[in-house]
Design a protein around this ligand. Structure first.
Ligand SMILES: NC(=O)c1ccc[n+]([C@@H]2O[C@H](COP(=O)([O-])OP(=O)(O)OC[C@H]3O[C@@H](n4cnc5c(N)ncnc54)[C@H](O)[C@@H]3O)[C@@H](O)[C@H]2O)c1
Length: 350
């Protein structure tokens, strides 16, 4: 099977490529990646060149995408601008890659009748109140909060339009927050790990009460394969591992993993529009026979710490650049105001 993986030099995409080559001997992978600041080609460098090739290019380049799709049996579309904080500063880049890039992929897949799996996020559903027992399902209406989630929501709508209008064989998955090896240092968990490895305390936005539904990246990618192999074209699947934890829970677990006082961390000003809680009901994907294997978040975090500890050349330059990025806006703050359980999200700005 010839697989085109867009965004395969990023966090989830590179783990997908590695897992695919390791578990499916009959596969060959072409990665299309623009190698933005978020990519790290080192994530693919040790792979068998006979089975994995990297094409540096833009997913918005319709002619290039068409050529690569024509040679593929399956396309898995990860490529995206993926960082919420950056989407507040540079929304146009998110519209371009996440919407226009997806349309280029859809056009080529429809033209060559190639099966597509589109990777999306639970952030398209907006957020839930901290005290709301509800979880997201495939029927939850879209209510994105940030330019990032709005661009992903738009892309999902385009995928459905291509299924309906052009008979495209496509599935969509909306997954919760991933953690694991090879995640860019600007993201919440690696950032805290790398601050700790550099002798600095972790930092949390606002009060740290915001809840994310964490899933190990390998569980996400196994779910993607379950959908590719057993999912029904035209359907949407939600992926999550019942991993709800507040940012405070995560930071405390990491402090413990480093043998530190669990409450030794800093608060910084909250980000505008910061979603309160995400929670996934993954029944649609579990019905395909998939079950997550990494159910112990503390153990998963400890394994992730080990990976970063052993791979400083992979992260050092990106971590230093990410800390510069945050230094431009981040301000220390007292953890006074609580995250509102209901109603408008507190907007404290930077
Ligand atoms: N990280 C999460 O927790 C999470 C959760 C659910 C869904 N997702 C989705 O999964 C996908 C991958 O996320 P990630 O965390 O691995 O992101 P990432 O930022 O680590 O990787 C994105 C990759 O896409 C590439 N890329 C960006 N613009 C491109 C363009 N114009 N053309 C070609 N390549 C381009 C980048 O170079 C990078 O390698 C995204 O679609 C994201 O929305 C992420």
């Amino acid at each position: 099977m010839r697989i085109l993986v867009t965004g395969g030099a990023g966090f989830i995409g590179s783990n997908f490529v590695r897992r695919t080559l390791a578990t499916r001997p009959d596969t060959r992978v072409t990665v299309l990646d623009k190698l933005t600041y978020a990519a790290n080609p080192a994530s693919l460098a040790d792979l068998d060149a006979g089975r994995c090739r990297l094409v540096e290019g833009d997913v918005c380049d319709a002619a290039l995408v068409d050529k690569l799709v024509a040679d593929a049996d399956l396309v898995v579309h990860f490529a995206a601008e993926s960082h919420n904080d950056r989407s507040l500063r540079e929304p146009a880049a998110f519209v371009r890659t996440n919407v226009e890039g997806t349309v280029a992929v859809l056009t080529a897949c429809a033209r060559h009748d190639v099966r597509l799996h589109h990777i999306s996020t639970d952030e398209v559903f907006g957020d839930l109140a901290l005290d709301d027992p509800a979880r997201f399902t495939p029927q939850t209406p879209y209510r994105p909060s940030s330019p990032y989630s709005a661009s992903k929501a738009s892309a999902d709508h385009f995928v459905r339009a291509w299924v309906r209008s052009f008979g495209l064989r496509a599935t969509i998955s909306n997954c919760s927050n991933n953690y694991g090896p090879r995640q860019h240092p600007e993201k919440f968990i690696p950032r805290q790990i790398l601050r700790l490895l550099s002798g600095r305390p972790p930092r949390v936005y606002g009060t740290g009460e915001n809840v994310r539904d964490w899933i190990h990246v390998d569980d996400h990618n196994d779910a993607v394969w379950a959908i590719i192999e057993r999912g029904e074209p035209g359907q949407t699947y939600l992926i999550g591992a019942d991993g709800e934890a507040s940012n405070l829970d995560v930071v405390r677990a990491l402090n413990r993993a480093f043998g530190r006082d669990a409450d030794d961390f800093e608060h910084v000003t909250d980000r505008p529009g910061h979603d309160r809680r995400y929670a996934i009901d993954a029944a649609s994907t579990r019905a395909l026979g998939w079950t997550p294997r990494h159910m112990d978040l503390a153990a998963g975090l400890a394994g992730t710490v080990d990976w970063y500890r052993a791979n400083e050349p992979w992260w050092r330059a990106a971590f230093d650049a990410a800390e510069d990025f945050y230094a431009a806006t981040e301000r220390r703050a007292a953890p006074t105001a609580r995250v509102p359980a209901r109603g408008a999200v507190r907007d404290v700005g930077n």
